[in-house]
Ligand binder design. Sequence first.
Ligand code: ZN
Length: 673
Amino acid sequence: MHNYKTPFILYGGDYNPDQWDDITIEEDMELFKKAGVNLLILPVFAWARIEPREGEYDFEWLDNILHKIWENNIHFFLATPTTAQPAWLSHKYEDVLPVDIAGRKRTHGMRVFFCVNSVHYRERAAALAKVMAERYGDFPGLAGWHVSNEYGTYCYCEHCQIKFREWLRKRYHTLEELNLRWHTSFWGRILYDFDEVMLPTQLNDDFRFNPAIQLDYMRFVTDSTLECYLNEADILKQATPDLPVFTNISGYIKNLDQFKMVPYMDYAGWDNYPTPGQKRSIPALKHNIMRAAKDGASFLVAEQSPNQQNWQPYNKLKKPGEIRRIAYQGLAYGSDSSLYFQMRQSIAGQEKHHGAFISHAGWDSRIFQECCELGQELMSLGDVFLKGRIHAQVGIVFDWDNWWALELTSGPSRDMDYFKQVHNYYEAFYKQNIPVDILKTTSDFSDYKILVLPMLYMMKEGIAERITAFVENGGTLLATYMTGHADENDRCIFGAYPGPLKDVLGMWVEETDALYPEEENEIRIINKNLSLKEKYRCRFLCDVIRLTTAEALAVYGECFYQNTPVVTRNVYGNGQSYYLGSEPDEDFLMDFTKVICSEQEVTAEFTFSGEIEISTRYNQTGKTTFMINHGEEAGNVNLGTETFEDLIHKTMVTGWYDLPAGDVAVLFRKKKE
Ligand SMILES: [Zn+2]
């Protein structure tokens, strides 16, 4: 949605004034202005301060701070502080605290430490949201609502058990259907009453030995968490329909299906904490997943660290310029913000060593200086690329149910890592600066030339038909090992994998070998017309493939299935589909994606040299290209004959653009009338 109050790049982040005295707060305001901060998020953890006793509220301190913030021309997202309930709430109402997977009732502590289905938690959280909406809804500085914080707690209490049974009854209607979907005849698990359903915990080990029930439980927790979010969000939306409402999503996003939750929010807002030494394509992929959550709409980076974190084993400092490059990477892939945890470093507690704009050392620090320079620079960019979308011709299908089911499955290998596998394929395009959209299983595939299905194990209803139509109409498909094994309830498909994609791929998998971690096989290219080397290495899994209409492009070099197909191509309708039977090495993926892209005339927008990341966003005004040099050497980008406005250096540029090591450029080209 369009945030009419803040038509600029949001810059600032989590501020916890409930930890500070008046003198510190006064100093903060001066420093925030100096740093170009235009948005603060508060009071994320202040429920206990605001509601000392049930129904008694103390807002005076918050009123004063909000006035002070607004007097300094800074907007704010008000957070409902429901991520950390007060101790009295946990003590007074037995249902508030969660039960863990080992069946232990937890005591009060931590944060995000409540049962999302707790009636009393929801009652008090809704009451607080209502009071805050009434009190602050008309406040001019209020730019949006930030509900709670980093949901993700799994609870196994009796109430959750009852609700899970209700959820199953609603989903499957009858026990016959439930028994069928869960295939309960295996291991004699036939159910004769919904009350016989037990949550999958460590008490029965179903969380790891019964994938059908665990899969549904994960869906149930997602639905319950969404209800818990909407319990507050609906109240806020009703009070202030024009203001955005969202929650921040933890960087570790596996536990909750964000493609199910985020469509109910005005923004996908996520917390980006790349670990030291992590490949830069990993946060890039995560940005792309967040953009996909609202079908390509811009999102918010709701948290980043302005320096090192405290919760990693070894917390490396961010090098000079790193904060800036990380900020621009988010903006490049669709973020309209660069927000941080936290504005001032806490003096005690778990996160006292977590980076902040203003550290314990005070304002006279390298980090605060960098934050000031970045803030001033972002301010100077104005609003040219806000709401901008990415134009991609390559789509990679990503799906939470698939992620869960694939990693729950026992065999053929314990090394199922869906995110890693998706990343392998993403990275091959990323390194060439070819734009990629992450797609849901329900997305429209027709706008893309190339569709990649890394380990699309679960064939949800209708997806096979849509993939087949995509190829029939001229699209190029790339599918891999572990595709087309199971349905939505993890029941395998009879008649060989890749199940309903056998025809479009022109092959089938007879059996799959799992390799030991240190073991490899060889991909030997037999089609000499392709611009590929003779040999590559492969690992992880080896499908033994039988061809129907496909041709083999490469065969295995080793083992008893030596000389049988490992890479195949099938012409189908107006399109074609490729199948990879084993996890190829990085070299193969780079070379092979180049072959496919060149066949389909999919190219990077610009040729470049060096470790430069390039991404372009398009909106009503024009197009904005972000170029980030992550390398230690200078690089350059060929802009061709077009002329661009260099927004940072305030000049017009064309032809070869030199980008110094570690530097960033933002180039704008106005849309032709
Ligand atoms: Zn519970």
